[in-house]
Design a protein around this ligand. Structure first.
Ligand SMILES: Nc1ncnc2c1ncn2[C@@H]1O[C@H](COP(=O)(O)OP(=O)(O)OP(=O)(O)O)[C@@H](O)[C@H]1O
Length: 310
């Protein structure tokens, strides 16, 4: 009898097939499927309300799917063993106000058979000097770091991070990215939910783009961008007010966005010529005109028909 091969059989630590979850009449997750390989950082990227959190909550065993199949290391999400091998950082992870960092770490350690050394984790997450600090006195970045430490205290094989960097300032976000990479380097597989393109592009080995409850693409960041390789972006400051409809009417143009005082026009073909000719016909000059290559943002627009909204 042939031995089954292929990534899903050999390597996927999380397998999701045909996942459906409804809330009343609303189908929040509509047939989602993907496999997460051991050791990778796998991103679920999509706009607000796309069904990302619902998907990961089903994987974490927190919600019961209406249809489909999920396995975590070959186990059902509700299998008690999954609690030992999957560490979840929840989107809004609050702790009792008066609980200190050290108390929270000790409490969560007690839930697991083989907990990590919590003091070492606190050190890795740069919370050493906060072990006696109450939760309510932590900054936003410190609370986020504590939530990662709590997700890792059970020594999981898989960490699920949901919108970990939302609400953080740019420096704290970059620090969190470094931490996520450090966690992966410890051999932990990471499933992360994000709606930040830059974050997905920088961290993820592969990304499932989810829109209105469906996976619209699954690829490496470079693979997603390559799908829209012929796409370009023209950026400029118009010398006078310009109705974006004049540009969106052009066959070369897919999207026009205002970014500060600039217009950002995305499209294909001879986009630059089409835009500059239209501006000239309107008697408008374009200051600081730049042409840029496709990015993950463009791939997202191409895949979903609209920019991601944060
Ligand atoms: N408990 C619930 N009851 C009813 N509707 C819900 C519930 N949880 C989520 N929804 C709806 O299901 C859809 C998907 O929500 P979900 O939180 O999974 O999306 P998301 O992609 O994670 O978005 P966000 O980034 O805003 O968290 C949304 O329309 C949301 O309003």
């Amino acid at each position: 009898m042939p031995v089954p091969t292929g990534r899903l059989v050999d390597m996927a630590i999380i397998e999701v097939e045909g996942l459906v979850k409804r809330y009343g009449d609303h189908t929040a997750v509509d047939g989602v499927g993907f496999g997460v390989d051991e050791g990778e950082i796998f991103g679920i990227l999509g706009p607000n309300g796309a069904g990302k959190t619902t998907t990961v909550e089903c994987i974490e065993g927190l919600r019961t799917p209406d249809a489909g199949r999920i396995s975590v290391a070959g186990l059902h999400p509700r299998d008690p063993e999954v609690r030992e091998l999957l560490g979840a950082q929840l989107q809004e992870s609050e702790q009792p106000d008066k609980l200190t960092v050290g108390e929270a770490m000790q409490l969560y350690s007690s839930f697991y058979r083989r907990p990590a050394d919590w003091r070492e984790l606190v050190h890795t997450l740069k919370l050493d000097d906060k072990t006696d600090t109450q939760f309510r006195r932590l900054s936003g970045g410190q609370k986020q770091r504590l939530s990662i430490a709590l997700a890792l205290v059970g020594n999981p094989r898989v960490a699920v991070l949901d919108e970990l960097t939302t609400g953080l300032d740019p420096q704290a976000r970059r620090d969190a990215w470094g931490l996520i990479e450090a966690i992966r380097d410890r051999g932990v597989t990471i499933l992360m939910v994000t709606h930040f393109m830059e974050e997905a592009e920088r961290l993820c080995d592969r990304i499932a783009v989810i829109d209105t409850g469906r996976v619209v693409a699954l690829d490496t960041p470079a693979g997603l961008v390559a799908r829209v390789d012929d796409r370009q972006r023209v950026r400029f400051r118009p010398s006078a007010a310009l109705d974006p409809a004049v540009l969106t009417a052009l066959p070369e143009v897919d999207d026009v966005r205002q970014a500060g005082g600039q217009l950002v026009v995305t499209g294909t073909g001879n986009l630059l010529l089409a835009v500059t000719a239209t501006l000239a016909a309107q008697g408008i000059t374009a200051a600081g005109l730049r042409v840029e290559q496709a990015s993950l943002d463009d791939a997202f627009v191409a895949l979903t028909g609209r920019p991601i909204e944060v």
